[in-house]
Design a protein around this ligand. Structure first.
Ligand code: THG
Length: 376
């Protein structure tokens, strides 16, 4: 028997848990002390469906850390090296959060709801504790808490069509990484929910920040009844799609041992900005020793060791790995050690049928430049 996951109060359920189970979830992970589905039919079947149709994902585990009050901006800015001084209300921002040593603590989507109200839609670490600690230690005038918000993602090429059937044509006006409150009609009244064009796939779609459990369940059911002809299914973040799309996973690809410069997130950092950010001094002084890169392995043999070598010397390690049925190769995110690697791009990978050569590249993958063509 495969090991099973013991589910209890600690692995917090969501308003959608029974619906996810009824939809036939096959595997879960634990993320922010909550259940997150990782597979329904299979990684491959879920992948093709996501790329062709539309899926509804229970991503309640993307908890919101609400930061409210006169010092809200000051606290958010302290936590990130990205310049938010000109951030506009109604916008979302992908942010590295970093400690004083310049290492990654989390990589949320920050949402500016009003001048004194921010949400950090977090990845898998306890940001609320760190934010409260900073606020207490620095005597900031803010309230920091995790509100009961359960995000639902609607992802895939038919997401806009489905969302407009439920929320009206106005969803089409929401641009990428914009957020706005929309009215959802329930049996007993109406509920205002924040809706953004975002989500952890590159297939397009929206995220609905459900703030009322009952209305959320009605919304789930309505997405399925109105999406039947669009072949809507319950889904979840998909390993294959996110590898192809270059979407990083905190705790897998980067974390407390990596700086955002090493994780390749420099476009979300403003080293020269005149802002008060805890990690900027360390990041300005840093000489990165590692680099997160892409790896293509032209073999389906199962990987037997996460270590990458060149002539027997270790030059990196595999952090995330999956088989791309579109390109017929294995794709990985790998953390490379710059000193032994130099500018070499061919590495040895140990598999069940011997040593195979893998090819390193920058992220996100540029499949055309790698000479890879879709085979399906
Ligand atoms: N949605 C919400 N919260 C989240 C995630 C999400 N919290 C956890 C996790 N995902 C955070 N990580 C990411 C990583 C990448 C992106 C979003 C969240 C992302 N990146 C785009 C890209 O890489 O092209 C765009 C970034 C940009 O241009 O600013 O979307 O998915 N609510």
């Amino acid at each position: 028997m495969n090991p099973q996951l013991s589910i209890s109060r600690r692995t917090r359920s969501t308003p959608f848990t029974s619906r996810v189970a009824a939809a036939g979830v096959k595997a879960y992970t634990v993320y922010n002390h909550m259940l997150l589905a990782t597979m329904f039919e299979s990684y491959e079947a879920d992948y093709w469906h996501l790329c062709e149709h539309v899926q509804v994902w229970d991503v309640s585990c993307e908890r919101q850390v609400a930061i409210e009050g006169p010092d809200a901006y000051r606290l958010v800015q302290l936590m990130t090296p990205r310049n938010l001084s000109k951030a506009k209300v109604g916008r979302c921002f992908y942010l590295p959060l970093c400690d004083v040593d310049g290492n990654m603590v989390n990589d949320p989507i920050a949402i500016k709801l009003s001048e004194e109200q921010w949400w950090l839609s977090i990845a898998d670490s306890d940001v609320v504790l760190w934010a409260k600690g900073l606020a207490t230690g620095m005597g900031l005038d803010v309230k920091v808490y995790e509100p009961d918000i359960w995000p639902l993602a609607v992802q895939g090429p038919k997401a806009e069509q489905l969302m407009s059937r439920v929320f009206g044509e106005q969803v089409k006006d929401i641009r990428f990484f914009q957020i706005q409150p929309l009215t959802y009609q329930t049996a007993t009244g109406s509920v205002s929910m924040q809706v953004a064009r975002s989500g952890w796939s590159k297939q397009g779609g929206f995220e609905i920040y459900v703030n009322d459990a009952q209305a959320g369940q009605q919304l789930w059911d309505e997405l399925f009844s109105k999406g039947a002809d669009l072949q809507v299914r319950a889904g979840c973040p998909n390993l294959i799609e996110r590898l192809e799309s270059g979407l990083l996973s905190l705790g897998n690809d980067m974390g407390y041992d990596t700086s955002p410069l090493e994780a390749g997130l420099e476009q979300y950092i403003d080293l020269d900005a005149d802002i008060d950010s805890l990690s900027l001094p360390a990041l300005r002084a840093q000489q990165p020793t590692k680099r997160l890169m892409g790896l293509v392995i032209d073999s389906q043999a199962s990987i037997s060791d996460n270590v990458l070598t060149i002539a027997g010397e270790t030059v990196g390690e595999i952090r995330s790995l999956g088989y791309s049925p579109r390109y017929g190769v294995q794709l990985a995110f790998v953390l490379c050690y710059l000193a032994p690697l130099g500018n070499k791009l061919a590495v040895d990978v140990q598999t069940s049928d011997g040593t195979h050569q893998g090819k390193l590249c920058n992220l996100p993958f540029d499949f055309a430049a790698l000479g890879l063509k879709a085979i399906k």
